[in-house]
Design a protein around this ligand. Structure first.
Ligand SMILES: NC(=O)C1=CN([C@@H]2O[C@H](COP(=O)(O)OP(=O)(O)OC[C@H]3O[C@@H](n4cnc5c(N)ncnc54)[C@H](O)[C@@H]3O)[C@@H](O)[C@H]2O)C=CC1
Ligand SMILES: O=C(O)/C=C\C(=O)CC(=O)O
Length: 356
């Protein structure tokens, strides 16, 4: 018997390789905006210039930082007010989208998002802000971009290592959705299709990072993953990553890439149906083996010690994560189990289905 409640978020998606400028122009015209604020980090400036061809923004804003520090959010909000902005256009990765969301959260301004990584923030109503080394996230419909413009050609400049890590961040959205607090048959269907698309797309990118067909496949998978994640909510994996990202300022995508096999190995034995569907999307008999094999092909990041986390941070990280672990997680979570999982992820010990 099927019985569930599911909310679908409303958003326009325009997906076409090589057409970001054209599609952005027609969306801005559709909004009838008179003062557009373009947000793009310094490293995304060239992409933004190309995509904004023919637009005359009132403000181009580049002061973007990972995990959206509150001070940066306040400065960007003040700039939007000062320039009487009536439309936000963010062109970049999750940090850039996050800053646009921070402005929209207090102003209600609409956002057009042009993503250039696989973070997936463009398809969620989740915002995140960091203050005094603590990351707070929340859900608000005002931050959901009204339109998303996907163009795989914008991702060919992503360094290959970041493409892999960011693609695994997207994979984390779909895998964690399989047991997140509001998991349901609809978001699971999105998640399973996302795993298939990301598995295939990432291998194409690994073989040739400039092949836009791989990026196209991964963008499709990243969108489906983000829709699944925003609908299902944050599972154990995301709760751990939020603590690590906010408290120790670890790089977002790489943190997800390292943690994912460990959380999958921890939960899979207690969630056999989800594990079977994940395995089948990987085309393997075991979900953990499927993810591990993909990680090997991609030469995925394996140890948090390589990203600035110290062994002496692990106890505090386990303490901070234990109270926020979802009560609905398929396998009970204790400080000891988290400490063990975090230690393995820190040291780069390969996960096994026996992880405990
Ligand atoms: N609210 C939500 O639903 C979500 C929020 N996030 C947030 O997004 C942030 C992480 O986003 P990421 O995209 O992983 O990292 P990022 O946005 O910090 O980008 C990483 C680096 O790559 C550069 N870059 C981006 N696109 C590029 C391209 N096409 N070519 C060359 N360089 C490029 C960026 O300028 C930056 O230097 C975190 O703060 C995370 O919390 C991530 C996922 C979902
Ligand atoms: O931390 C945020 O800004 C909000 C959500 C996410 O980052 C989702 C994720 O961890 O990928």
């Amino acid at each position: 018997m099927l019985e569930f409640d599911h909310d679908t978020l409303g958003q326009r998606v325009r997906f076409a390789s090589g057409k970001a400028a054209e599609n952005l122009h027609s969306e801005v015209t559709r909004f009838g905006a008179s003062a557009v604020m373009v947000i793009a980090a310094e490293a995304e400036r060239d992409i933004a210039t190309k995509v904004c061809r023919g637009l005359d923004p009132a403000l181009v804003y580049t002061d973007v930082a990972p995990h959206v520090p509150v001070e940066k959010a306040e400065e960007a909000r003040a700039a939007a007010t000062e320039h009487r902005i009536d439309l936000l256009v963010c062109i970049g990765g999750g940090s850039t989208t996050g800053l646009a969301k921070a402005i929209a959260l207090t102003s209600g301004l609409p956002i057009i998002a042009v993503p250039t990584t696989y973070a997936g923030s463009e398809a969620t109503n989740v915002w995140g802000l960091t203050e005094a080394a603590r990351k707070t996230t929340g859900v608000d419909t005002r931050v959901l971009p009204t339109t998303v413009i996907y163009d795989a050609e914008l991702l060919v400049t992503l360094p290959a290592e970041l493409s892999v890590a960011s693609g695994l961040n997207a994979l984390a959205h779909s895998i964690d959705s399989m047991w997140a607090p509001r998991t349901d048959p609809i978001n699971q269907a999105f998640a399973v299709e996302a795993i298939r698309a990301l598995k295939g797309g990432l291998q194409v990118i690994k073989a040739d990072p400039r092949d836009s067909r791989g990026h196209e496949r991964c963008l499709y998978g990243a969108y489906l993953s983000a829709v699944a994640f925003t609908s299902a909510g944050s599972g154990l994996h995301h709760k751990i990553c939020h603590v690590l990202g906010g408290t120790y300022n670890l790089p977002h995508a790489q943190t997800h890439a390292v943690l994912l096999p460990h959380v999958l190995a921890y939960n899979a034995p207690a969630a056999p149906e989800a594990a079977e569907r994940i395995a089948s999307a990987f085309g393997t008999t075991s979900a953990v083996d499927g993810l591990t094999a993909l990680g090997r092909i991609l030469d995925a990041p394996t140890a948090l010690r390589n990203y600035g986390l110290r062994e002496s941070d692990l106890d505090e990280a386990a303490d901070l994560t234990t109270p926020v672990a979802p009560p609905s997680n398929p396998r009970p979570v204790t400080k000891e189990s988290l400490a063990n999982l975090l230690h393995n992820a820190w040291a780069g010990v390969p996960p096994t289905s026996k992880e405990n």
